[in-house]
Write a protein that binds this ligand. Structure first.
Ligand SMILES: Cc1ncc(COP(=O)(O)O)c(C=O)c1O
Ligand SMILES: N[C@@H](CCCC[NH3+])C(=O)O
Length: 444
C-alpha cells in the first residue's frame, strides 16, 4: 500500500470522499445524493477502500514493528455482517466474537473457525460448545467459563486464553472503560495464580495465553503498552507451571477515531508500534520468546469507513434559543449520542459548494427528547428534502441499532470504484412483525 495513505482513524470522512462539479458529496466514487434516492434513507454507506486500508495498515504495522508471529482480529461487535467479515478476512484478519450470533456470522462469511476468538462475561454452554466444535479459541472470563470449558474439553479439546482486568485506567467515557479493577470483565489479577494452577491440572484445556482490553475510543498509547507488559510478567509463571503452550498474547483493541476536529487520535502505526515495543522489551527483560501477538480493534477499522445519509424533514425554531431540524432516523440507527453524549460531524450532501452557515440542532424522529444527533452545529441553511450525511458511523451504530418506535433498521450499501452494492437490506414493516405471535383468541 502506498505510504502516503493517511491512517483512516485520523480522518473524519472515508478516504474516498470528494465533491463533484455539481456540489454533491461522492463516497467511493458514488454520488451520495443518488444513493439516497436509489436505496432510501437512512442509509449506511460503507467505503470498502477505507475499511481495507485500515486492515492493511494494522497488518503492515505489525510486519514493520514486530519480529514475532501476529494476528489482527476484527472486533466484530463494532459491526457484524457477512460482507464486513468477508472483507476483513480477505485482508488477513481473524474475528473477535462475543456471542454465538457473531461466531455464526463469521463462519457463514467464510472465516475458518480457527481464526475466531470467543469472548464474553456470561457465555452460555451452547456458545462455548459451538466455539470448541469449530476450533475457535475461547477467552475465559471467569470461573464459570473454566468449569464449562473443563467439562467440554473431556470430549473436545479447546484452546483457551484467560482474560485479565489489569487495573489500568484510560481516559474515555466510563461506560466504555473495561480494564480498570472495578470491571465486570475478566479475572482480577489476584485470582490469576489460582487460574493458571487450575489450567495446569486440565491438559485437555490447551491454555495459550492471556488477554486484556482496557477500553475503547482511547487516544492514549502508553496504557496499552503497560497492559501488555503487565500480562507478560505472568508468562514465566505459566511456563513454570507446565503450561507449555503459553505463547500468545492478546492486547485487545481500543484505538480511538476522529469524530470531530477536536479529536486527535494517534495513527494505527503508532498504536501498534507502542505495543510491539513494550512486548519486545519485556520479553528481552524476562528472557522470553516473543509470543504470537494478537490485537482486536473494532472502531478504528470500521468506524471511519462509513457515513449515514438522512433526509431532512420538519423544522422548529425556538426564538433566541435554538433551531431544530429533524431527520428520518436518529437514536434507532445511531444510539451513541443519547448513550454516551457522542459528538459527530455532518455535511449536506447536495450543498457541498454552499459556503453559508447557520447554527442548527439536528434531531432524530423518535419520541424521546434526548434523540438529538448533532447539537448546535454549523451547516448550510437546511431545507426539507436535503440529504444530511453524518460521518464516522461504521462502529457501534448499525450493531447497536434498535427498532425503537417500530422504526425499521436502515439498509447498508458497500461502495467501491463507483459501484454501490446492497450489503444489508432495509427492514420492511413485515420484518418488524417477524417474531410477533398473535394468540388465536385475539385474532378475531
Ligand atoms: C474485549 C474487547 N475487545 C475489543 C474491543 C474493541 O474495541 P474498539 O472498538 O475500541 O477497538 C472491545 C470493545 O471495547 C472489547 O470489549
Ligand atoms: N458501544 C461503545 C463501545 C463499546 C466497546 C465494546 N466493549 C461505543 O459505541 O462507543
Amino acid at each position: 500500500m502506498p505510504a502516503d495513505i493517511p491512517s483512516p482513524n485520523q480522518m473524519i470522512a472515508p478516504l474516498e470522499t470528494r465533491t463533484d462539479a455539481r456540489g454533491h458529496l461522492m463516497i467511493g466514487g458514488c454520488d451520495v445524493v443518488d444513493l439516497a434516492q436509489r436505496f432510501g434513507t437512512p442509509l449506511y454507506i460503507l467505503d470498502e477502500a477505507t475499511l481495507r486500508a485500515a486492515c492493511t495498515q494494522y497488518v503492515e504495522a505489525f510486519k514493520r514493528h514486530y519480529a514475532g508471529d501476529f494476528r489482527v482480529l476484527y472486533a466484530s461487535k463494532a459491526w457484524s455482517n457477512l460482507a464486513i467479515c468477508a472483507i476483513v478476512h480477505r485482508c488477513g484478519l481473524g474475528i473477535d466474537a462475543v456471542s454465538a450470533g457473531e461466531v455464526h456470522t463469521a463462519l457463514r462469511a467464510g472465516v475458518p473457525g480457527e481464526l475466531v476468538y470467543l469472548h464474553g462475561n456470561n457465555k452460555s454452554e451452547a456458545e462455548i460448545l459451538l466455539a470448541a466444535e469449530v476450533g475457535a479459541t475461547v477467552v475465559a472470563d471467569n470461573w464459570l467459563d473454566l468449569e464449562i470449558l473443563s467439562a467440554i474439553s473431556a470430549e473436545c479439546p479447546v484452546r483457551v486464553m484467560v482474560r485479565v482486568a489489569p487495573g489500568i485506567d484510560i481516559h474515555t467515557h466510563e461506560y466504555i472503560r473495561t480494564g480498570h479493577l472495578d470491571s465486570k470483565f475478566g479475572f482480577d489479577p489476584s485470582e490469576l495464580a489460582a487460574v493458571l494452577a487450575y489450567l495446569a491440572r486440565i491438559p485437555s484445556l490447551r491454555a495459550v495465553g492471556l488477554h486484556a482490553h482496557i477500553g475503547s475510543q482511547s487516544f492514549e498509547l502508553a496504557p496499552h503498552g503497560d497492559a501488555a507488559q503487565l500480562l507478560l510478567e505472568w508468562y514465566p509463571k505459566a511456563l513454570a507451571l507446565g503450561l507449555s503452550d503459553f505463547n500468545e498474547l492478546n492486547v485487545g483493541g481500543g484505538l480511538g477515531i476522529r469524530y470531530t476536529d477536536d479529536d486527535d487520535p494517534p495513527a494505527i502505526d503508532e498504536w501498534v508500534g507502542t505495543i510491539c515495543q513494550a512486548v519486545t522489551r519485556t520479553c528481552n527483560t524476562y528472557n522470553l520468546p516473543l509470543p504470537k501477538l494478537l490485537c482486536e480493534p473494532g472502531r478504528s477499522l470500521v468506524g471511519p469507513a462509513c457515513a449515514t445519509a438522512y433526509t431532512v424533514g420538519s423544522t422548529k425554531t425556538i426564538p433566541s434559543i435554538r433551531k431544530y431540524f429533524s431527520v428520518d432516523g436518529g437514536m434507532s440507527d445511531n444510539p451513541r449520542p443519547i448513550t454516551y453524549k457522542a459528538l459527530y460531524t455532518a455535511v449536506v450532501a447536495n450543498k457541498m459548494h454552499d459556503g453559508r452557515r447557520e447554527k442548527v440542532t439536528v434531531a432524530g424522529k423518535h419520541c424521546e427528547s434526548g434523540d438529538v444527533l448533532l447539537r448546535d452545529v454549523e451547516l448550510p441553511p437546511l431545507e426539507r428534502g436535503d440529504c444530511l450525511v453524518v460521518f464516522s458511523t461504521g462502529a457501534y451504530n448499525c450493531s447497536m441499532a434498535s427498532n425503537y418506535n417500530r422504526i425499521p433498521r436502515p439498509a447498508a450499501v458497500l461502495v467501491s470504484d463507483g459501484e454501490a452494492t446492497l450489503i444489508v437490506k432495509r427492514e420492511s414493516p413485515d420484518d418488524l412483525l417477524r417474531c410477533d405471535c398473535l394468540p388465536e383468541r385475539l385474532q378475531t
